[in-house]
Write a protein that binds this ligand. Structure first.
Ligand code: ADP
Ligand code: MG
Length: 219
C-alpha cells in the first residue's frame, strides 16, 4: 500500500507559545520501501511519524493510505486500521513492566481479541534471537533484547508498514547495530515497508531512500 503525505503542517500552541513543528511536508512512501528520515532534535521527526501513522492529527494537510485518509473516520475505525496495518517501534521500548516478553509481544492481538499465530510467533522470536527469553520480564532483559521484544510486538499483527522512531536512540552502538540489522533482515524477508527516523547518519545510510527534515520541512 502506498502512502501519500500531502502538505502536512502541525502547529502547537498559540501566541508566544506558537511552534510550527511541521511546515507543508510532502512525501510519498511506496509499498515495500525502506526509507530513513534524518534531522536534528526538535526538527519535527516524531511529529511527522505520529501524523503519518495516525497517532496524531495534522493542523492541515492529509495522509492517504491508498485512497483512505487516515485522519478521517471514527476513532474506533482509525485505531482498528492502525492495529492491523501499522507497527510502531519507539525509542523507549514502551514495554509493560509486569508482563513477560511473550505477553508483551502478543498484547496487541489480545487487545484486538485475536489469538497469536504460534508458528509466526516462533519465526519472529527466532529471527530476533528471543527464543530463550520469552518468559522473562523486561527488567531481566538487556536494552537490545527489550527493543527486540518491542520489534516482535510491532510485527505480531502482521502489519504492512513499520514505523520506527529513533529505535536505537537508547542503545549502545553495538546493540543498536544488532537491532537495526535484524530489523532490516525481517523487512526484507517479510516484505514490509519500513520508515526509520534517526539523528544517526550510520542508521540513516542503511536505507536506500533517505530524507532530511529541518525546521519542519522535508528536504
Ligand atoms: P524531533 O522528534 O525531531 O526531536 P518533535 O517532532 O518532537 O521533534 O518536535 C518538533 C517541535 O515541536 C519542537 O520544537 C517541539 O518542542 C515541538 N513540540 C512537539 N510536541 C509538542 C507538543 N505536544 N506541544 C507543544 N510543542 C510540541
Ligand atoms: Mg523525536
Amino acid at each position: 500500500m502506498d502512502i501519500k503525505v500531502n502538505g502536512i503542517s502541525k502547529i502547537y500552541g498559540t501566541g508566544d507559545n506558537r511552534v510550527v513543528a511541521l511546515d507543508h511536508a510532502d512525501m510519498t512512501v511506496n509499498g515495500g520501501d525502506f526509507l530513513s528520515i534524518m534531522g536534528p532534535s526538535g526538527s519535527g521527526k516524531s511529529t511527522l511519524l505520529h501524523i503519518i501513522s495516525g497517532l496524531d492529527a495534522p493542523t492541515s494537510g492529509q495522509v492517504l493510505y491508498g485512497a483512505r485518509d487516515i485522519h478521517k473516520g471514527s476513532d474506533q475505525e482509525m485505531s482498528a486500521f492502525r492495529r492491523r496495518k501499522i507497527g510502531f517501534i519507539f525509542q523507549q521500548f514502551n514495554l509493560l513492566p509486569v508482563l513477560t516478553a511473550r505477553e508483551n509481544i502478543i498484547m496487541p492481538l489480545l487487545l484486538d481479541r485475536q489469538q497469536p499465530d504460534e508458528k509466526y510467533l516462533g519465526e519472529l522470536t527466532q529471527l530476533l534471537g528471543l527464543d530463550a527469553r520469552l518468559n522473562h520480564l523486561p527488567h531481566e532483559l538487556s536494552g537490545g533484547q527489550q527493543q527486540r521484544v518491542a520489534i516482535a510486538r510491532a510485527l505480531i499483527a502482521k502489519p504492512d508498514i513499520i514505523f520506527a522512531d529513533e529505535p536505537t536512540g537508547n542503545l549502545d552502538s553495538k546493540s543498536g547495530g544488532e537491532v537495526m540489522k535484524m530489523l532490516c533482515e525481517i523487512r526484507e524477508k517479510m516484505n514490509k515497508t519500513l520508515v526509520v527516523i534517526t539523528h544517526d547518519p550510520r542508521i540513516a545510510e542503511m536505507a536506500p531512500r533517505r530524507f532530511t527534515i529541518v525546521d519542519g520541512k522535508i528536504l
